[in-house]
Design a protein around this ligand. Structure first.
Ligand code: HEC
Length: 126
């Protein structure tokens, strides 16, 4: 009986814990997306996403203007996710766009995709 209760308790705790941490990280990801954008992306893509960051000016390939809906609406969320995770070269763009999968967790990269959608005020259109 005692063992059974302990198992039940452990089971419920695991359920509660995994649920609440999933919700918490979902909320964090969006807010964290803005912080991450300023920390990791703005040096090249600019604080407001216009592609005019100081570091970007030194590159041979100009960083993308993320506010340009005519280009960003041609990319799926998955493509944007892959570009941020694996870098430009992995999607046929310039290697000047670095991979971020070793420094930013996957959930937060999804948050960054949302930040880019907010910057371009656009969704994917065929
Ligand atoms: C070292 C400079 C640099 C940093 C840092 C950087 N980028 Fe880029 N990024 C680039 C360049 C340059 C390109 C353009 C590649 C091309 O046109 O071939 C690019 C392209 C992109 C694209 C592809 C746009 C398209 O046309 O599909 C996305 C998305 C993107 N960056 C997101 C980000 C995000 C999000 C971050 C921060 C986590 C980031 N970048 C950080 C330089 C950078």
């Amino acid at each position: 009986m005692l063992v059974k209760n302990v198992m039940l308790f452990v089971g419920i705790s695991v359920l509660l814990f995994s649920h609440s941490s999933a919700v918490a990280s979902g909320e964090d990801d969006i807010g964290q997306g803005e912080n991450n954008y300023q920390a990791y992306c703005s040096p090249c893509h600019g604080a407001n996403g216009d592609g005019k960051g100081d570091l970007g000016a030194a590159l041979s390939t100009p960083p993308r203007n993320h506010t340009d809906a005519s280009i960003m609406s041609k990319r799926t969320d998955e493509q944007i996710f892959k570009t941020i995770s694996l870098g430009g070269e992995a999607v046929g763009l310039a290697p000047d766009m670095p991979a971020h999968n070793t420094v930013i967790p996957e959930g937060e990269i999804r948050g960054l995709v949302k930040v880019i959608r907010r910057l371009c005020k656009c969704e994917y259109k065929k």
